[in-house]
Design a protein around this ligand. Structure first.
Ligand SMILES: [Zn+2]
Length: 441
């Protein structure tokens, strides 16, 4: 399939004669079985009865990284840590420009065995195969294990990859605290990272030609479609607000309906209205948190606060959803004699992955899965951060039941094998034959 993908790529873009590609390409034979073995070993190393123990900036995470370092040492590949705590392991190529693959070893507390680890150990096997081939690849190959992708301890996701993308402002995260009151800056210092210097990690992005990531979908679509691997078109934009509907409190027993200004009824109407607005496949709308004040069974609430998380791959559609929901809340509040207002708590623009890489990824996935499926990621990923500064692409493997961030997280071995093999073909094609990337940095 690698040769087929290379041929397809070359004929489409005519960038490099295929024979020259073949001559230059070393006999690289990465093996998905070794990835599954490494993943199983990591699982044993960091398992608890409730799930994986690899929370960033803790001992469990350090243990996972030590395991990766051991594996890298075995294959004679050197690794170093950048200023933000990301680990880079590199094999030199004929040219100076570099293709990076990777993901993250950190996990949410009591997390799953595949989230992040799949991409890291698929990358390790690629490095292992390239190193064992005895001939340098055309481009340099780097494996990156990003630090603190999950943000599960301090609430700041994508810490390491945002530093590489030049999008980390230390002053905005230094004082974040974990549940035990530990400051982020101090936790990093405990692992030898000076937060103020973390933005310097962005210098490394300048040497990158492409960043490629294999990840589990963490959702139900691939399974529902019966597809073992799919190309990811981009990531949805996110709009997150905290809405407050304010009415008038009163005794549950003394106040008849006509004399109530009940914010809970308005909130319920608004939430049902939100489902009607966002009932399709393309948008996501979630009310995940709601609170009534004073919040006792015998009082009409004075106010109700709830979060609304909206996602869409189109910025225009996302803005439309936001506007239409604001109308829904306003109308529901007015009907109940209440006031309403919102405060933005988080916003991310949609990301499109590099169209040339996406085209190749689609071809390779179709060859392996028997069908071409393109999906959009709802969750954020390191590749989404990198896409701001480097041509990036992602492949997804299915998640059984769509479950992730849980010890139940799993993917059938047959699907994993196919997805890993597709990723190898994709990465090797980019490493050896891809000429349509801008290197004008
Ligand atoms: Zn992940």
């Amino acid at each position: 399939v690698a040769a087929a993908a290379l041929t397809a790529w070359s004929s489409r873009f005519a960038a490099m004669p295929i024979d020259e590609t073949r001559d230059r390409a070393p006999a690289v034979r990465p093996d998905p079985r070794r990835v599954l073995d490494d993943l199983a070993e990591l699982r044993n190393l960091t398992a608890t009865p409730r799930g994986a123990d690899r929370l960033a900036w803790t001992e469990g995470w350090a243990r996972a990284r030590a395991f990766l370092a051991e594996r890298l040492a075995e294959i004679g590949v050197e690794s170093e840590r950048d200023e933000a705590g990301n680990v880079w392991a590199t094999v030199d190529g004929v040219d100076r420009d570099m293709v990076a693959v990777g993901s993250h070893l950190d996990a949410v507390p009591e997390g799953g065995w595949l989230d992040g680890a799949l991409g890291v150990f698929a990358g390790l096997e690629l490095l292992r195969a390239v190193a064992a081939s005895g001939r340098p690849p055309r481009r340099r190959l780097a494996l990156i294990d990003f630090a603190d992708e999950e943000g599960a301890r301090f609430g700041r996701s994508l810490l390491g990859s945002s530093a590489v993308a030049g999008r980390l402002d230390p002053s905005r995260v230094a004082d974040l605290r974990d549940a035990a009151g530990v400051r982020l800056e101090d936790a990093l210092a405990g692992h030898g990272i000076d937060l103020d210097r973390a933005p310097s990690a962005s210098a490394r992005a300048r040497g990158l030609t492409a960043y490629l990531e294999l990840h589990i979908e963490q959702g139900p679509i691939l399974e529902a479609e019966g597809v073992s691997v799919a190309a990811v078109r981009g990531a949805m934009g996110i709009s997150r607000h905290r809405w407050t509907i304010t009415g008038r409190t009163g005794h549950a027993g003394s106040t008849p309906a006509a004399l109530r200004r009940d914010p809970m009824v308005a909130a319920a109407q608004a939430i049902v209205g939100l489902r009607a607005l966002a009932s399709g496949d393309e948008e996501r709308a979630t009310v995940g948190q709601i609170e009534a004040v004073p919040g006792i069974p015998t009082a009409i609430p004075e106010r109700v606060e709830f979060t609304v998380d909206l996602r869409h791959e189109s910025a225009v559609e996302l803005a439309r959803l936001e506007r239409e929901f604001a109308d829904v809340v306003r109308r529901a509040a007015e009907q109940q004699g209440c006031a309403s207002g919102a405060e933005e708590i988080f916003a991310v623009s949609p990301t499109r992955f590099d169209p040339r890489l996406l085209e190749l990824a689609g071809e390779v996935c179709a060859a392996h899965a028997g069908r071409r499926l393109e999906v959009v990621s709802g969750p954020g990923h390191d590749a989404v951060e990198l896409a701001h500064v480097v041509p990036a692409a992602m492949l997804f493997a299915p998640s059984i039941g769509g479950v992730s961030h849980s010890r139940e997280e799993d993917t059938a071995a047959a699907d994993l094998t196919i997805a890993i093999a597709a990723f190898f073909d994709f990465a090797l094609a980019v490493l050896e034959a891809f000429d349509n990337l801008p290197i004008d940095r």
